[in-house]
Design a protein around this ligand. Structure first.
Ligand code: SF4
Ligand code: SF4
Ligand code: FES
Length: 990
């Protein structure tokens, strides 16, 4: 470790450190332009040159390693003169007239001021041009301010591993270009905004979608972020989309979130400075004109003699049924084109200018949907809701009620809501969308090793794993920041094995792509284990010391030769063998999966076969050998952790255990007998003809789009006796409600969220909810008190104190500890505990510390293609949208990128059908049909199609098969048989 002196301060630096590293460690500010943390050093701008005693030349601090005895002066006369010269030269091709007379607008101009360089034009060299992105709704280029530092090129190449940008030409003509033809779409741009983040001059800048008041008071629409006035404040938040859990900085001006930035790259956050397009550009739904601002009550509800009663005559006059309204059912909409947007009459927020430009102007909720409702006071809405919940509880029994909680809401909100239904109503009919995504992972992991979460961390996958095996997870689209980390791991030399029916981006980069037929994963995984055992590559020591029942699995996989696995799955036997050997040899193999594995009627079996492989090779419990079921929603892990599931209280403590029940009942101040000692109903059991449920409370979920076979689900919800929905928008589900309670978005609340690596993070309130909308937590607290459950909390921090008391693994968690940090990965056993980045080094959390193998046999999907339905349908997410589109379809940037539903169809199949890209086809299954535009794509194999799940007007779940996994009750969203046929002229919606 060399000793050196910098500006008179004696210090040491690690071997290999640069002068810049050593100076930064002392908080000495050496100016840099081309250098940027975590980017490869190019040393081309020369702004960082410093003097080193005994060296006749100045040296670049960013590229010069420290040596023993070095004496450095960072602001020597020579260094300062050099900086002034560099800056003058750069100013020769910079629009100096635009530099404000006082101060600066960006990092480069800040240096110009710091070194007092004159800003008068000193040359007639032309300004740079480069490839522009004129008119792009998200990112534009103004290369007149480009100083050729090439940070953008390296950020795109080395952080995002995309490579859209490049340095072209030479000498005076050098410029930054976009792809081969200037079109970012052709070059694979993902609009992640990394280039915007690193640009020191704003040459690459983003567009602010809403009209804002500029510094001079002028209102500007679609202003450039580089011209944006200083925000009033910046608030640290957590992205509301996926479970990577990126931290975001929300910039607030005039009490509106106008811009999103990511935290500094060197901060300890899961995203390390990055976000994806949704996190950075997709949060303007918060300001959208459709936001509900007052409670709504279905017309017909009136108060008579102190009680609310429903008079159906008004609905009958209109020709609506009890819960109906003037809209098409989802099934009918599927058969038409997209409707034009109409206005929300209840929103009186001031509007900006332009038709579709400002989120406060644009509408997505059809006007007719509001017709069955009247605006109500909070007193009316709360009184009616409490009355009906108590009426059903007292007359039809607690089991007649159920709640769908929200993986988009905080831990505190979810904890209080299950508390209200368990302690206040007396039912365990408490569930949320985990049922539809990773419930089969949870059932398999609980059975094998008594755990329900990832064993490891995303950063060990990026930095340490030798082999990354990823199954059924389109990570670069669904979890883009983690996807980029996996691509960086590839660059460092990790081996990537992808098992997926589609040739997704990671599959195209993988060393081996196991392109299995949908639903045949058990055959592939059993085949891999068969080959591992044949070669003796299993980890006999791990199996002996840490597991039970291995012989049963050895017997079960014996018939699954790679050739038999090939016969079932279509994956060449040689690929299965190579993948098996690479995975088993590791030495550190990470195992990642998502809904491609779980959303099957054999989902638990499929995940079990993967766990068998992982346990047989000992690929868990070591840094780099991570087991990560990649969670979908931003808080699906946390909602499950705090008890929003029918069989567990917090921390997966069983509802059937009387001691556990006593702990919770006594904490909540209710008699033990109030809460049943049996598991409640799951989502898919609640929405079922045989269900006893007559009344529902739904927080921030939209089951009418997200449930399988939505035609059936829509019918079921219409038959409820009472439905209350707490949400941001009048969703496809909320339009059937009796009471709609306007809640708060992620930006309007304090609360904690758990990401996919068990990291509990605090998100802070940036702005108030609009109009009379209220904080979700306040709504739940008031309702709990109204139905008689004492709920004395004043804020989320107080709720967390109770959660920590009843949740052993969260014992040391408080808001104070999380504030301003990168969060804590549970278990956090006490107030001093710093969290746990990986689990199971020595034991599993089972009674004897051992995991258990469970043999599984391959079972085919519940529905296979035949002559009538010859294609296999796969469903999932797109990069620009999220689930039922409630938020993303109200985002300017995201809707601009992807605004209509499509079906991915292999070009060879399209040719056979006689359809071209963009033409309309009918896709039909045994349950329904829809019209949709074709997108030709080599990503899908022959006789397979893919439809994203986000679009009401072509709801993929009209087609999906409701066949359920027997353990987890997850539906088979990922495979069903469909027909595809050309349509001459589609009938458009009105
Ligand atoms: S937005 Fe992202 S992918 Fe596109 S050019 Fe910039 S860094 Fe590259
Ligand atoms: S990767 Fe996930 S958490 Fe991060 S910005 Fe994108 S959607 Fe948000
Ligand atoms: S910052 Fe060191 S040469 Fe550019």
């Amino acid at each position: 470790m060399p000793h050196l002196t910098i500006d008179g301060i004696a210090t040491t630096a690690p071997d290999g450190a640069t002068i810049l590293d050593a100076a930064r460690a002392l908080s000495i500010d050496v100016p840099t332009l081309c250098w940027y943390p975590k980017l490869p050093t190019v040393g081309n701008c020369r702004i960082c040159l410093v003097s080193v005693a005994g060296n006749p030349k100045l040296v670049p601090a960013c590229a010069t390693p420290v040596t023993e005895g070095m004496v450095v002066t960072t602001e020597s006369l020579g260094a300062v003169k050099n900086r002034q010269g560099v800056l003058s030269m750069l100013l020769e091709r910079y629009p100096v007239e635009e530099i404000p007379a006082q101060g600066y607008r960006n990092e480069f101009e800040q240096l110009v001021r710091r070194y007092q360089v004159p800003t008068t034009r000193s040359s007639d060299l032309p300004l740079r041009m480069g490839d522009e992105r004129d008119g792009d709704p998200i990112i534009q280029h103004d290369m007149s301010t480009c100083i050729l530092c090439t940070r953008c090129v390296r950020a795109c190449e080395d952080i995002q591993v995309v490579g859209v940008l490049d340095v072209a030409h030479r000498g005076d003509h050098t410029q930054i270009i976009v792809g081969a033809d200037g079109n970012p779409e052709h070059a694979g741009c993902t609009w992640c905004g990394e280039c915007v983040r690193v640009c020191p001059t704003g040459a690459i800048h983003d567009i602010i979608p809403m009209a804002i008041r500029a510094a001079g008071g002028e209102v500007v629409q679609h202003s450039r972020s580089k011209d944006m006035p200083e925000p009033d404040r910046t608030v640290r938040s957590v992205c509301p989309y996926c479970a990577v859990g990126c931290q975001l900085d929300l910039q607030v001006r005039d009490e509106k979130v106008i811009h999103v930035r990511s935290p500094w790259i060197e901060e300890n956050t899961p995203n390390q400075g990055s976000t994806c397009v949704k996190g950075r550009f997709g949060t303007d739904f918060v300001q959208h004109r459709d936001r509900l601002q007052t409670p709504l009550i279905r017309r017909g509800w009136t108060k008579q003699d102190g009680r609310w009663v429903f008079d159906p005559s008004l609905h009958e006059e209109q020709g609506w049924d009890r819960r109906g309204g003037p809209w098409d059912l989802i099934a009918q909409e599927g058969k038409t084109g997209k409707r034009p947007p109409k206005s929300n009459p209840f929103n009186r927020a001031p509007t900006g200018m332009g038709s579709l430009g400002d989120p406060r102007d644009r509408v997505a909720t059809p006007r007719s949907w509001y017709e069955p409702f009247r605006e109500a006071t909070w007193e009316e809405a709360m009184e009616l809701t409490a009355q009906e919940l108590m009426r059903l509880r007292d007359t039809r029994g607690p089991k007649s009620l159920a709640v769908f909680q929200s993986a988009k809401c905080s831990n505190e909100e979810n904890y209080l809501l299950q508390r209200m239904f368990r302690g206040g109503i007396g039912t365990n009919n408490v569930d949320h969308c985990t049922r539809l995504c990773h419930s089969s992972s949870v059932s398999a992991m609980q059975r094998a090793m008594s755990t329900s979460a990832a064993s490891g961390s995303m950063r060990e996958v990026e930095h340490e794993s030798d082999v990354i095996f990823i199954l059924g997870a389109n990570t670069t689209e669904s979890h883009p920041v983690f996807g980029a980390a996996i691509k960086r791991a590839l660059k460092r030399g990790a081996t990537l094995i992808v098992c997926d029916p589609r040739r997704i981006e990671l599959a195209s980069k993988a060393h081996i792509h196991l392109q299995a037929l949908p639903g045949t994963d058990v055959a592939v995984l059993n085949g891999m284990l068969h080959h591992i055992l044949a070669l003796g590559l299993e980890n006999t020591d791990f199996i002996a010391r840490r597991t039970h029942n291995f012989d049963a699995v050895r017997t079960a996989v014996a018939p699954y030769t790679p050739e038999r696995a090939e016969h079932i799955s279509g994956v060449p036997a040689d690929s299965i063998r190579r993948a098996a050997e690479l995975y088993a040899r590791g030495p550190r193999s990470a195992t990642l999966w998502a809904m491609g594995l779980t959303q099957h009627h054999t989902g638990t079996d499929i995940v079990t076969s993967l766990l068998n492989l992982l346990l047989a090779t000992g690929m868990i419990g070591r840094w780099g050998a991570a087991m990560i079921p990649i969670r979908g929603q931003n808080n699906v892990q946390g909602a499950s952790d705090v008890g929003a599931i029918p069989m567990f209280y917090t921390d997966y403590q069983s509802v059937t255990n009387p001691d556990v029940r006593h702990l919770f009942a006594s904490t909540w101040g209710v008699p033990d007998e109030r809460i049943p000692l049996e598991a409640g109903l799951k989502v898919t059991q609640i929405v079922d003809e045989s269900s006893p449920v007559k009344g529902m409370y739904i927080l921030g979920e939209n089951p009418i789009i997200s449930d399988p076979e939505v035609a059936h689900a829509e019918h079921w919800f219409r038959d409820l006796e009472f439905l209350a929905v707490q949400d941001l928008f009048l969703t496809e589900t909320a339009r059937y409600a009796d009471v709609v309670l306007p809640g708060s978005s992620f930006a309007e609340k304090d609360g904690t969220f758990v990401n996919t690596e068990r990291r509990i993070q605090l998100s802070k309130k940036a702005v108030d909810p609009p109009g009379q909308a209220r904080a979700d937590l306040d709504i739940i607290i008031e309702l709990s008190n109204r139905i008689g459950l004492p709920t004395p909390f004043r804020n989320a921090a107080e709720v967390m104190l109770e959660i920590a008391r009843v949740t052993p693994n969260w014992r040391g968690v408080t808001h104070e500890r999380l504030d301003g940090t990168g969060g804590l990965q549970y278990p956090v056993n006490d107030r001093e505990h710093m969290g746990t980045d990986f689990l199971f080094a020595d034991a599993f959390p089972t009674k004897d510390g051992k995991a258990t193998f469970h043999p599984v046999e391959f079972l085919p999907p519940a529905e296979l293609p035949d002559d009538d339905f010859p294609f296999l349908l796969n469903t999932g997410r797109q990069m620009y949208h999220w689930h039922t589109g409630t938020m993303t379809r109200r985002s300017f940037a995201l809707d601009a990128r992807e605004s209509t539903p499509i079906v991915e169809l292999n070009p060879a199949d399209a040719a056979e059908l006689g359809v071209a890209d963009g033409e309309t086809v009918q896709v039909a299954s045994r349950r329904g049909s829809l019209l949709i535009s074709v997108r030709l794509s080599e990503r899908v194999a022959r006789k397979q199609v893919f439809i994203p799940m986000h679009y009401r007007e072509a709801a993929a779940n009209l087609l999906t098969n409701p066949a359920l996994d027997p353990y987890a009750h997850i539906p088979e969203f990922k495979v069903c048989a469909v027909s595809v046929s050309a349509v001459a002229a589609p009938v458009m919606g009105d």
